[in-house]
Design a protein around this ligand. Structure first.
Ligand SMILES: NC(=O)c1ccc[n+]([C@@H]2O[C@H](COP(=O)([O-])OP(=O)(O)OC[C@H]3O[C@@H](n4cnc5c(N)ncnc54)[C@H](OP(=O)(O)O)[C@@H]3O)[C@@H](O)[C@H]2O)c1
Length: 238
C-alpha cells in the first residue's frame, strides 16, 4: 500500500518516530493524518490532526477509533522501555507488567478497536513498530525485549489471520533510533526520518517486514545459522 492517498492513524505521534511517521505521511500526500497522543494540548503541526489516545485505556482507544473511522493505515508506534539490572532483577516483574501493558497489550487493544474500521475499506494496512531486540540479547532491556518479542509474535499471527481480508501487515524492526527513548545511550543511532522513509517504501512494495538498519539486517541473516545472533550476537551489535 502506498501511503499517498491513505488516511493514517499513528499512536504515540506527538514526538519521536511517531511524529516522523506523521510528517512523512503528510509529505507523501496522505489524504488525512491523525496523530494519536496521550496529551493533545500544545500540539500544533500543520495538516496533522491530534487525537487523544492512551493505549492502556480502552475507552480512549474506542473513542479514537470512532473519530478516525476513515483510517486505512494504522501505525502501532506507541511504546516505552525501561532499564533494569537483568533477568534476575528484583523489579523484573513490575517492569515487565508495565511494558507488556503498553508494548504488547497496547498494540493488541488498538488493533482490535480499529479492526472494523480497516476491514470496511477496500485497501488497508497495519504497521507495527517492533525492534531488533526480539533477536538480540541485551539483559538490561529484558522486559522491553520480551514485550517486543510478544508484539512480534502477535504481528505474525495477525498477518496470517488477516491475509484473506487483504489487510497488509508490516513489522518494522530496527536497532537504536535517535529519539527521547535513547537519550543518554551513547551508541550509533539511525535517524527517525530515514527509518520512516524505508518503512513507507517497504509498505508500498507490498512487504511484510522491514529491517531498517544494517545491524538489524545482519542480525536477521544469522537466524538460520548454527549459532544464531540471539546466542552470539554479530560483532558490534551487543
Ligand atoms: N528509539 C529506539 O531506539 C527504538 C528502536 C526500536 C523500536 N523503537 C520503538 O519505536 C516506538 C516509538 O518510540 P520512540 O523511539 O519514538 O520513543 P519516544 O520518543 O520515547 O516516543 C514514545 C511515544 O510513545 C508514546 N506512549 C508511551 N506510552 C503510551 C501510552 N500508554 N499510550 C499512548 N502513547 C504512549 C509517548 O507518549 P508521551 O509523550 O505521552 O510519553 C511517545 O509519543 C516505540 O514502540 C519503541 O519501542 C524505538
Amino acid at each position: 500500500m502506498d501511503v499517498t492517498n491513505t488516511t493514517v492513524f499513528i499512536t504515540g505521534a506527538n514526538r519521536g518516530l511517531g511524529l516522523a511517521f506523521a510528517r512523512e505521511a503528510r509529505r507523501r500526500g496522505a489524504k488525512k493524518v491523525y496523530a494519536g497522543m496521550r496529551n493533545t494540548s500544545g500540539f500544533d503541526e500543520p495538516g496533522i490532526i491530534p487525537v487523544r489516545i492512551d493505549v492502556t485505556d480502552k475507552a480512549s482507544i474506542a473513542a479514537a477509533a470512532e473519530i478516525a473511522d476513515d483510517t486505512t493505515l494504522l501505525i502501532n508506534n506507541a511504546g516505552t522501555a525501561a532499564l533494569i539490572d537483568g533477568p534476575l532483577a528484583s523489579d523484573f516483574e513490575a517492569q515487565s507488567k508495565q511494558l507488556f501493558d503498553i508494548n504488547y497489550y497496547g498494540v493488541a487493544r488498538v488493533t482490535q478497536a480499529f479492526e472494523q474500521v480497516l476491514s470496511s475499506k477496500q485497501h488497508a494496512a497495519i504497521i507495527n513498530v517492533l525492534s531488533d531486540i526480539v533477536w538480540l540479547p541485551r539483559p538490561y532491556l529484558t522486559p522491553y525485549a520480551a514485550s517486543k518479542a510478544a508484539a512480534w509474535s502477535y504481528t505474525n499471527q495477525l498477518r496470517f489471520h488477516l491475509q484473506d481480508r487483504g489487510i497488509q501487515v508490516l513489522g518494522l524492526h530496527v536497532g537504536f533510533v535517535d529519539t527521547d527513548l535513547t537519550n543518554g545511550i551513547d551508541v550509533p543511532k539511525a535517524s527517525p526520518e530515514d527509518v520512516v522513509r524505508q518503512t513507507y517504501d517497504a509498505l508500498a512494495a507490498g512487504k511484510s517486514e522491514i529491517m531498517a538498519d544494517q545491524g538489524t539486517s545482519l542480525l536477521k541473516s544469522t537466524l538460520a545459522a548454527e549459532i544464531p545472533g540471539y546466542i552470539t550476537p554479530p560483532p558490534g551489535l551487543f
